[in-house]
Write a protein that binds this ligand. Sequence first.
Ligand code: GTR
Length: 326
Amino acid sequence: MLTKRMFSALAGAAILAAATTGAAAQTVLRSTDIHPTDYPTVEAVRHISKLLEERTKGRIKINVFHSAQLGNEKDTIEQTRFGVIDLNRINMAPFNNLIPATNVPSLPFIFRSVEHMRKVMDGPIGDSILKEFEKHDLVGLAFYDSGSRSFYNSKRPINTPADMKGMKIRVQQSDMFVALVSALGANATPMAFGEVYSALQTGVIDGAENNWPSYESTKHFEVSKFYSLTEHSLSPEVLVMSKRSFDKLSKEDQEIMKAAAKESVAKMRELWDAREKASEAKVKAGGAVINAVEKQPFIDAMKPVYDRFVTDPALKDLVAKIQAVK
Ligand code: GTR
């Protein structure tokens, strides 16, 4: 849904605007992110802009809209497909219902570690998933880290799936995440990221799930202090470009864009690793109660999720390939 605020943010700005600055026309790409201005994903896209400006002698740059100025993730997907937004840094989960292959890296416990995730997403498997976006008017440019997602709630520490029975847990707008939470005996409530704080505060929901930096930046720890280290999903972030906008670039500029996006991954990870530590310290100082969790009962409970979402032979093959990466 387009809100008034989003309309005014979009109004008047020509997309891929060829504003004439002196002799050379300049292309200003519009990029969206729901995170605040100092978040590693936002900084990473600014880094791409810097590389683009250098490499095109200022012909191309990116205007990075942060803090959901252009809307929540689910809505911005449509706008990116139509070319109203040129670039979108977003999690894989909101794509799960649209692009079947994106379910795979979001699956619970599919990755053994961050290193495993990075190796898979940086290699041919990751590239094959990026390619899937093209069938949906998008160009997949790069994957970014999102750490691991754990459950937090305002009631009690979660040690076993039984502790989650009947809890109302916010999830991203993805059927796979709904199934994940349901398989643990809780009630999943899909909701936009920006609505979660007040839903926690008013008791509309009991909890949610996210990584350290999002738990901290949203201040959810203030209203939902039990953070239980289930680390159930490493669902990565992705940077996509509107195919319409991409096709307007020259072949040479398309290559510059692709290379700059890939190069930004290292920069993002450097910022991410530091931010994870800082956020963990901040929520602990802010009163969050953290507990370690024995993961096996959670892993065992995920069979119905795999049974339902990994039925297609191509997805089965993708899961097997990921598991085979050492
Ligand atoms: C964050 C992720 C966002 C969004 C958010 C959410 O970790 O970076 O893109 O998916 O979680 O839970 O909605």
